[in-house]
Design a protein around this ligand. Sequence first.
Ligand code: SAM
Length: 306
Amino acid sequence: MPTFHTPLLHHHSRLQQAFPTLIRLRFESRFTESAGRGVFATRKIGAGDLIHTAKPILAHPSLSTINTVCYFCLKKLTSTEFHGKGVAFCSQECKENAKVFYEVETKADWLAFDDYCRNKGLKYPLLVKRLACMVISGAASAESLDILQPSNLSHEMVLEMEEGYGLLKRGFAMANISDEQMAFLTKKWYNSVLARIRINAFRIELAVGSYEDLLSSASACVEAEAAVGNAVYMLPSLYNHDCDPNAHIVWIDSADAQLKALCDVEEDEELRICYIDVSMDRDARQSFLLQGFGFKCNCLRCSSGD
Ligand SMILES: C[S@@+](CC[C@H](N)C(=O)[O-])C[C@H]1O[C@@H](n2cnc3c(N)ncnc32)[C@H](O)[C@@H]1O
């Protein structure tokens, strides 16, 4: 089977050649027998060990948390950082980092686009908007997500996307973004980015840190979505799913992710995370994965009928 290298892995493998004893990655990405690319342990990993960390390529707060988390890293804002209206950043560093999309974004009025997302309960078009702003500002390539596996889109889904595409394009046009700068923003681009985000975005739920957080997160779960936002990563997107996973993705206080082993993992074993709620029964899991991610789960737990 060919070994697949992301730019990140390529960078690491060059470092590894230079300092073989200093850096030895615990994982590599390569093709699996039946689930496309996957991530494999290159040596024994102990239960609870950190496999690697990952920074998002794209992250966006949920519309329900947009004024209470950092508009760049999704960290919860303290009462001094949170001004009650508009978006805010948790640090000067995040404010600087956000320039890749924020300067373009603030040129336009996104009321209609945000209303469309809010009314239809859509979160992924917000990530597409953020990527489009980054492409216009020259900070990202329009092909940034091409490496990720796309989901199949039904005719109905494509029709439903038209409104979002139109509103996004209109937002930029009203902000006097030139046709040349918007040349990448075709319906085909919009649909293809959304198709990739659909099966590769992670819903971010921050780990609860304090008793106060526990109380507020309990009420947040009742009131609205518990997630602070959604994000897309490169390497974590290559992890396949298992209903009895040996790894998981966690967020401590921001969209920066940690991939950790849930149990002892042997060298060469595939590292798999769980995309869904594992407490569902087999039929519910299978139909959820088929509808949401477009695949029939072939994991051991499903095969054994559990
Ligand atoms: C987030 S991607 C994971 C990486 C993917 N294998 C790739 O090559 O990019 C999710 C896709 O991987 C495949 N996949 C993941 N877990 C699977 C499983 N348990 N059984 C079958 N296919 C799976 C499906 O095609 C799914 O849509």
